[in-house]
Design a protein around this ligand. Sequence first.
Ligand code: ATP
Length: 282
Amino acid sequence: EPHKFGCETDPNRVSIGKVIGCGEFGEVFRGTLTLKVIDVAIKQLHALCQPHEQIDFLHEAKALEQFQHPNIVKLEAVVTASRPFMIVTELMANGCLGMFLRHQRAAKRFFKPVVLIRMLYGVSEGMEYLSKLGYVHRDLAARNVLINKDLVCKVADFGLTRQINDHNTCTNTKGGKISLRWAAPEAVAYQTYSEASDVWSFGVFAWEVVTYGEKPYWSLTNQQVLQAINAYRLPAPEDCPSVLHQLMLECWHRDRNARPQFSRVVGRLDTMLNQRGMLDTL
Ligand code: ATP
């Protein structure tokens, strides 16, 4: 029986503008919702989609419907009663954080460390909220975090998100895509996902933010990354406060039980923001 969405909308109320992005599911447009008159992003499921893509698309909509948090992209409406299906979210005017930071670097516009840490703090709060609700994101990375005109960062792209079971883990049975460079060792080896594997990804995400969107492990091949991870950790980026690199290293503890939980990550970032003296670089 199809899921009934509280925010199901008549497609005539969705006014579609120019393309702002393209994802796995299809194109993302800028637009407005009439009656409410707010700027939104409209993600359309492309017409030639595979059945599993439709499942993931509806899954993302259902997950988003559960969430209400300032650091999680807000669902405004869905269209699932007619084709094309649409997921309508608040417009994040600066787009995906990875691309945004790469543009800043190219233009030699650099932020103070505290501004970057504020971005990380926001995302850690969003992730803490998700994990408290019993969800694992499974694909946290700078490409899946969006940034609005006020530089507020929000977690997005919930296509791979799952609810966890009694053992606080979930496994990926259908052998779907995995972002190796962001994945915890136990996620790579046993497809075991948990808050702790999201924390690992958060560490890689933090490294991406401080490097203004550098590719983790640079030009290493996937095979080399897999080997490197046994002995090697990403070094502190230039101008990275040492307390922040220390936190990344803790997120990358091989033993998942030794990694901090998101509530602790939030606390640590909060301390960095409140004791600016700590933000000396290495
Ligand atoms: P993939 O799984 O391949 O990462 P996807 O199909 O799940 O992609 P998204 O990542 O959600 O699609 O969106 C693709 C792009 O569209 C984003 O990288 C971003 O540039 C843009 N985009 C998506 N949602 C918004 C939004 N709410 N505001 C502004 N831009 C958005």
